[in-house]
Design a protein around this ligand. Sequence first.
Ligand code: ZN
Length: 150
Amino acid sequence: MREELSDLYQEIILGHNKRPRNEQVLDPCSYKAEGFNPLCGDRITVYATADGAGKLDRVTFVGEGCAISRASASIMTTQVEGRTISEINQRIGDVIAMLSQADEPEMDLAVEGDLAALAGVRKFPARIKCATLSWHALRSAIENRSDTER
Ligand code: ZN
């Protein structure tokens, strides 16, 4: 079981791929960035709006890619919406570390929800970039605030 994604985790990922949360363009938006993973061909654009009190009240994505990249983006939107920028930056760092470092502790499905399902991807080094793509894109979006809304 440790060698592959468990059936439950796989089901969660395929479910998000088929019925993603928050898959839409936000226009205007406060933040926007595109992420591209040449290893797999995944291309995800992340959008966010800020509520004026330092929180991102909407976080959405659109993109083409494999099930893991789309599921990760979908899960990401549910994980960060309504949080402050600093909370989100912290969260992005934690998740990227969790997904890319085998010695990071695995997440507890009961506590972390669908995000824990993504952790299984670390056993497949070729797919890690699929899973971290949208998180990197959100980080770039926050760093390079777009000019569509001031
Ligand atoms: Zn991929």
